[in-house]
Write a protein that binds this ligand. Sequence first.
Ligand SMILES: [Cu+2]
Length: 332
Amino acid sequence: MKNSIQLSVRSLKNVMWLFCLALFMSCETEPVPQEEINAADLGVKKNHNVVDIVSTHMNIEVQSTIPSGWTTFRYDNRSHNPHFVLFDKLPDGKTVEDSKAEVVPVFQEGMDFIALGEWDNAFAAFGQLPAWSAEIIYSGGTGMLSPNHISEITIYLEPGTYALECYVKNSEGVFHATSGMITGMVVTEDENDNTEPESTMEVRVSSETGIQLDEKVRPGKHLIKAFFEDQTVYSHFLGHDINLVRLDENADLDELNSWMNWSDPTAFMTPAPEGVEFLGGMQDLPALEGNPNSHVGYFDAHLKPGTYAFIAEVPDPMSKGMFKVFTVPSSR
Ligand SMILES: [Cu+2]
């Protein structure tokens, strides 16, 4: 008897709740179609096999071995600096210890000469890079992420040995990798059974046409598909990536445009430009011919109404069509 009373009270509550919901929905002048709500807020399917990456200071903590295939990484930046995590696929037989010994110090020496304006010495220093470093395949990773932010990305990882690194510079021009932000990870031949995720929005990046996105961006939780049409090497020795930033009224677009270039001795150093919140993105994907998975990476974003931009870390991204400012409206 008690149970049946409880049940009917519960049923009554349910009916009242549905009534209130119906009343609330009827007040909307333009109801949002259910499929749109699903796509924007509920359709982001989470992968359950998430690999955690954490930075608490100048470090990258991640498990040392994972299976190959589509993999979701959850990067938690608990430090006081903006960071990213670039996945360098190393040539066979090389490990992160080789990168630490033969690559990281060379870049630091080259950078130190650039800072002194000694370009000849800088080029001589970069000439010390081991021949094998030209075979490193930049294989995606988390875009720039402000402190106390979390970003999830999904990329397809081929078996191999990787170095995960961040090369933002501190206020003295020291690369974060020099200070310890580089770590190794082995991707085994074992395949995970994850499938490619479904996106709610797509952005495309190309060395010829820059960054392209839909004219209308809807607010909500998104899983953004970054499609790299191609990849190339710019004057800073690296390719293009894509980063999502939120801009407030203090943001100086010219300053941000100049800042996004590691090889500029006055740029890509902390503190980051004011008024800019880095929300992740996708590091350089290799866009290999005949390998569709190498063109695609996914990253999550909760787009609230406001002003944002997609921007690549390349010299003068504005001139390359790789700095696209857009607005997220308050309604769909
Ligand atoms: Cu860093």
